[in-house]
Design a protein around this ligand. Structure first.
Ligand SMILES: [Zn+2]
Length: 186
């Protein structure tokens, strides 16, 4: 076991599984380390950002002050002034840095009791979408010189995304770009 101190607040422990450890093994270690770091970083920052927004508009958790109009409205009664925090729900997105799992904080409207998360709208997360916009744009760029199936395979291999050729095709259609694809869906 090796312990490295890369930064005063950032320590890394790497388990070396064999005596003959080469640069390829190190790349594998870096790959799995970066994957877990990106996931942790994304989840933590997104959570803190949502908590910060709720604190600003609803007041601190134990000192609720619902007098400021919120940048979101209740999807049922259009209320903008009276909400309570109401837990969180899980969500995931496929992105150009892999699959990202996170929580969306929720609120309950005090007028009609509808519970919802205001954050998909505030943070650019489309409700039924499973891909980030930046991944969609990346796919559209790569598919120009490839087929739908080859593009899906390459992204799945590199990023572990489990994209289908149909998803790539739908993404290209959504963005309405003129993309010449070498092969059709297969
Ligand atoms: Zn409402």
């Amino acid at each position: 076991m090796l312990d490295f101190e890369l930064h005063d607040k950032f320590k890394v422990r790497i388990k070396i599984p064999q005596a003959e450890f080469n640069v390829n093994d190190l790349v594998s270690c870096c790959k799995s380390l970066s994957k877990s770091l990106v996931q942790s970083f994304f989840e933590k920052i997104l959570y803190e950002l949502q908590a910060h927004i709720l604190n600003h508009y609803l007041g601190a958790v134990w000192n609720s002050n619902n007098s400021i109009p919120t940048p979101w409205e209740c999807p049922r009664c259009r209320n903008r002034i009276a909400f309570n925090r109401r837990g969180k729900r899980k969500r995931s997105l496929k992105s150009s840095v892999g699959i990202l799992c996170f929580h969306l904080l929720q609120v309950t409207c005090l007028d009609c009791e509808k519970t919802f998360s205001p954050f998909p709208l505030l943070l650019g997360i489309e409700s039924r979408h499973r891909l980030t916009k930046e991944l969609e744009q990346f796919l559209c760029t790569v598919v120009k010189d490839n087929s739908y199936s080859k593009t899906a395979k390459a992204f799945n291999l590199l990023l572990g995304l489990d994209l289908s050729p149909t998803t790539v095709h739908r993404t290209v259609q959504k963005h309405g770009q003129e993309v010449e694809v070498i092969e059709d869906l297969r």
